[in-house]
Design a protein around this ligand. Structure first.
Ligand SMILES: Nc1ncnc2c1ncn2[C@@H]1O[C@H](COP(=O)(O)OP(=O)(O)OP(=O)(O)O)[C@@H](O)[C@H]1O
Ligand SMILES: [Mg+2]
Length: 251
């Protein structure tokens, strides 16, 4: 599904990603952890097609295609979903209208007719239940004035509506209460299928109690320096990153 090989990316003359290798197959959940500033959000941004970053080497294959040649819209239409640590606010556009546009855009790409108003309402009701999203929120402008937890719920709601093949979720390390954590986690778990995959970027071992990743990767200074299973997250929680990164500190 996703194959990242030796990916290097820079901002200006600062190299941030320094040779990422990562393969995600259908049905899998991957967690990416790592200290602040190690490049986790940068990796998500590069996969999203953020033009701030220049890919200087390596390749990314998504569903058999070269991801880097696809526009941001094409990535989305081909089932790639990216949730951001700091999502954008869109004043004046309600969540309901925004998602209707997005859902119908995706349907059009698949050769399907747009949803009728009644069908759309039904879909919204079904999906907002997954994240216990307050219906008042869908009537408000996209992310405007949403609390941290509301933004997260909203992100998983958007994900549920678009039913992506591959979702990459960048969690913030602050401002998520226990509820928001649980909602993100159970939302992701309920959307998991054999034909889709999720990558969660997180600092929380606790999130992984609910999500149960198949692989946990540690990103440090722009490289994945270690990969383990769920038990790695528990070990990191107890022992921190020092035992892993000592060898890399001089670089
Ligand atoms: N636009 C930019 N200009 C300069 N440096 C940048 C830019 N964007 C990111 N960086 C730097 O790249 C490094 C990696 O940042 P990134 O946001 O990817 O880290 P992260 O692993 O997501 O950290 P956190 O856990 O704090 O979210 C940091 O040192 C950051 O300052
Ligand atoms: Mg980050």
């Amino acid at each position: 599904m996703l194959k990242v090989e030796n990916l290097h990316a820079s901002v200006g003359d600062k190299e941030i990603l320094r040779g990422i290798n990562l393969e995600v197959k259908a049905g899998e959940v991957h967690a990416i952890m790592g200290p602040n500033g190690s490049g986790k959000s940068t990796l998500a941004s590069v996969l999203a097609g953020n033009e701030k970053f220049t890919v200087t080497a390596g390749s990314v294959e998504y569903m058999g295609e070269d991801l880097m040649t696809l526009s941001i819209e094409e990535r989305s239409r081909k089932g790639l979903f990216l949730g951001f640590q700091y999502p954008v606010e869109i004043p004046g556009v309600t969540m309901a209208n925004f998602m209707k546009l997005a859902v119908n855009e995706h349907r059009k790409a698949k050769g399907l007719a747009p949803l009728t108003a009644a069908e759309y309402l039904r879909l919204m009701r079904e999906k907002s239940a997954i994240v216990e999203l307050d219906s008042k929120l869908t009537a408000r402008s996209v992310n405007e004035g949403f609390s941290g937890g509301e933004k997260k719920k909203n992100e998983i709601f958007q994900m549920a509506m678009l039913d992506p093949k591959l979702a990459i979720l960048d969690e913030t390390d602050s401002g998520l209460d226990i509820d928001a954590l649980r909602i993100v986690a159970t939302g992701v778990t309920r959307l998991k299928r054999e034909d889709n995959a999720t990558v969660v970027i997180t600092h929380y071992q606790r999130l992984l109690d609910y999500i149960v990743p198949d692989y946990v990767h540690v990103l440090y200074k722009g490289r994945i320096i270690y990969t383990g299973d769920k038990s790695l997250a528990l070990k990191l929680e107890k022992e921190g990153y020092d035992w892993l990164i000592n060898d890399y500190k001089e670089e």
